[in-house]
Design a protein around this ligand. Structure first.
Ligand code: AMP
Ligand code: GLY
Length: 427
């Protein structure tokens, strides 16, 4: 199948690598990255340039477009491609609101009885500030729109909450994305995510994974886009899994159908287990990054056919993908990430790491210099992924590869999957 993958992160490299395992697939990436270069033809087109992407998809006669990131989905890329008759994996703009507007997502949850933290929506500083001062409990301030993972402040004190409100509503630190805020109760507990393929008719789960949002071991650092992930999640007991399916997944899928929201892609449901009950933190309308790395490492079956079936609303006709073994992804981040990542630093050991068994070195923030050297070019640089029959094997493979890679000043977590390794379950 001729497939165009839109995006340039570790997620898109993971998808390209997995799709390239079937030699009958011919792959293009827009724009792709240094890693996708070896399995696909990279096109010099930005992932948000909708007219150019449509033009290339038509000219290249691709049979399927897989959209990785949220920004082009929220901007209507899938609608524009479908208008030209191009099968597209990824929801249209209306459905992408589930990620693009926190208010829309929260109202959807309330409408369909899906457990989530209590919340209020504000557009003016004064009433929002009074609410926070009177609430007498910690709260979370969220910019309504897309803010590249930076628009959520878990405020420990009213002062921090007021600061966040001032930044979003008055100083417009996130532009229009912060012109409206959602203030919600703080939940406490382990987080995990579930990916569900949905074509508008048929839904199929791709299982649970756990990301590590904070930089530094023991969650001591600031929030990031994600510092590492693993799957499956052994500490999640069957009754909680059942609860998540019946109280969250089923009503989310039923809600999309009831509301007539045309969704063709993957619904990522971010969940927190608060006082033993699962509650939804957020929906994303695309694969998580780095979660996609561990999903792709575990998937068995025909991924191209499955993504095409989602795009063409024929998922019920194809055999389900199965998930085998365990996988772990460890993100190596640049010095200064997430505040001010240092770029242009040489990356050593890529060839040696790439030769290691059942290991993939996925590129995210990298660039090939004119002299051929690969250097850092972003905050999250690489997602180093190991697979194995057990979590321990997957972990040891991922960290063995991390240890042969050298990026001066970089940091990564050494404790990925700690919750799965504790002698007693942590949920
Ligand atoms: P979101 O983009 O809404 O998932 O928020 C980003 C991160 O902020 C989540 O992964 C959580 O770690 C944290 N967070 C969001 N909402 C809450 C909440 N209500 N209580 C505690 N932490 C939260
Ligand atoms: N890793 C979380 C996300 O992709 O939003």
């Amino acid at each position: 199948m001729r497939i165009l993958i839109v995006g340039s992160g570790a997620r898109e490299h993971a998808l390209a690598l997995r799709l390239s395992k079937d030699s009958s697939n011919e792959l293009f990436c827009a724009p792709g990255n240094v890693g996708t270069e070896s399995v696909a033809t990279n096109l010099a087109v930005a992932s948000t340039d909708i007219p150019a992407l449509v033009e290339h998809a038509l000219a290249l006669r691709v049979e399927l477009v897989v959209v990785g990131p949220e920004a082009p989905l929220c901007a209507g890329l899938a609608d524009a491609l479908r208008a030209e008759g191009i099968a597209t994996f990824g929801p249209g703009q209306a459905a992408a609101h589930l990620e693009g507007s926190k208010r829309f997502a929260k109202e959807f949850m309330v409408r369909h009885g899906i457990p989530t933290a209590n919340f209020q929506v504000f557009e003016q500083y004064e009433p929002a500030a009074s609410f926070v001062q009177e609430a007498q409990r910690p709260c979370v301030i969220k910019a309504d729109g897309l803010a590249a993972g930076k628009g959520v402040v878990v405020a420990k004190t009213p002062e921090q909450a007021l600061d966040a409100l001032d930044a979003m509503l008055c100083r417009r630190a996130f532009g229009d994305a912060g012109a409206r805020v959602v203030i919600e109760d703080t939940l406490v507990g382990p987080e995990l995510s579930l990916h569900v393929l949905f074509d508008g008719v048929t839904a199929r789960s791709l299982g649970f994974a756990q990301d590590h949002k904070r930089a530094y071991d023991q969650d001591l650092g600031p929030n990031t886009g994600g510092m590492g992930a693993y799957a499956p999640v052994p500490w999640l007991d069957p009754s909680l899994q059942q609860q998540i399916h019946t109280q969250i997944v089923d009503p989310s899928i039923a809600g999309l159908k009831l509301d007539g929201i045309d969704f063709r892609g993957v619904l990522f449901i971010g969940v927190m287990i608060h006082e033993g009950q699962a509650k939804v933190l957020e929906y994303n309308v695309r694969f998580g990054d780095p979660e996609c790395a561990v999903l792709c490492a575990r998937m068995e079956g025909d991924l191209a056919q499955t993504l095409w079936a989602v795009a063409t609303q024929t998922l019920c006709d194809v055999p389900p993908l199965t998930l085998s073994g365990s996988a772990v992804a460890v993100v190596i981040a640049s010095e200064g990430y997430p505040e001010a990542p240092k770029v242009g630093v040489a990356i050593e050991g890529l060839e040696e790491a790439a030769r290691m068994p059942e290991t993939s070195v996925l590129h995210a923030g990298t660039r090939r210099r004119e002299d051929g050297r690969v250097v850092t070019h972003g905050g999250r640089v690489l997602a180093v992924t190991g697979r194995g029959d057990s979590l321990e094997t997957a972990l040891s493979r991922a960290y063995s590869a991390v240890d042969v890679l050298g990026i001066a000043g970089s940091h990564h977590r050494r404790d990925i999957a700690w919750q799965a390794r504790k002698p007693t379950k942590s949920a």
